[in-house]
Design a protein around this ligand. Structure first.
Ligand code: ADP
Ligand code: MG
Length: 253
């Protein structure tokens, strides 16, 4: 793997940065997230981990603007200017009907095109979709029915869709769940390549810790609040990690 020059973790002044400050979410009487503070710099791959129900998806929904919260989420570019954050989002394994006649081209055209689908697609749209699919080496999938795609293929199509237009931050909720070891490796390598090429940040939730050390700059362990954040080795070997996952000692990565 080509070494990647990782961004300094602490210096936000000269790096583009997504800042989450004192973020709290309540649902009824229950505090789902409490005082979450997180900085993410462009080009970083950050894994969000924690037991089921820890609030990972709630944090993602807050960043996406789909969840009310207290606190602040802001984004500033390399010049330090506050700008609107462009987010690409790959949801957790959405279900499509196996018999659905919609093709990958149809899906893209509906999401990124301006013409109603029943008018048919012009050649530039097909070319644009091929360019998008090339980002995930998925050009051959363009005429396949969505319902006929394998789990890994569907994930690549959704990833290609999330990259149009190229976002500042790409968020993936549990992209490794239900994917075999080979599929995980392929996806992680693809994400690594994408963040280098486009200098974007990637935030992903996962329950698979085997990929963290090789691919992630930082790991954030949470359970309602942030228990620990740092390098993969630091977090995986911490007492907080062992306690959160009820282990006798830290995980040996
Ligand atoms: P994770 O993604 O880490 O598994 P979630 O963010 O999905 O956790 O859930 C965090 C907590 O919020 C859980 O206790 C869950 O039951 C609760 N929760 C999630 N969505 C809702 C909702 N719409 N209404 C009430 N409670 C919810
Ligand atoms: Mg979740």
């Amino acid at each position: 793997m080509i070494p990647y020059i990782r961004k300094p973790a602490g210096d936000c002044e000269h790096a583009c940065c997504l800042k989450i400050e004192h973020l709290s979410v309540r649902m009824g009487q229950e505090a789902i997230l409490e005082d979450v503070n997180l900085h993410m710099h462009c080009g970083q791959m950050v894994a969000l981990i924690g037991p089921n129900g820890a609030g990972k998806s709630t944090l993602i929904r807050s960043i996406l603007g789909q969840q009310e919260y207290e606190g602040a989420i802001s984004f500033h570019d390399e010049g330090g200017k506050n700008t609107r954050l462009r987010i690409g989002y790959v949801p957790q394994s959405p279900a499509f009907d196996r018999g659905d006649p919609v093709s990958v081209l149809d899906l893209f055209a509906c999401c990124i095109g301006r013409r109603p689908a029943f008018l048919g697609f012009r050649r530039p749209m097909r070319e644009k979709v091929l360019r998008c699919l090339a980002n995930v080496r998925g050009e051959a999938l363009i005429d396949k029915r969505i319902g006929a795609l394998s789990g890994g293929e569907l994930q690549r199509v959704l990833l290609a869709l999330a990259l149009e237009p190229i976002p500042n931050i790409l968020i993936l909720d549990e992209p490794l769940s239900g994917v075999d070891v080979e599929g995980m490796e392929t996806l992680m390598q693809m994400l690594d390549e994408i963040r280098r090429r486009f200098d974007l940040s990637i935030l992903m939730t996962t329950h698979d810790f085997s990929m963290l050390e090789r691919y992630c700059d930082r790991v954030v362990l949470m359970q309602s609040r942030i228990l620990r954040q740092g390098t993969p080795l630091d977090v995986l070997n911490s007492d907080e990690f062992a306690a959160a996952f009820h282990m006798g000692g830290g995980a040996r990565a």
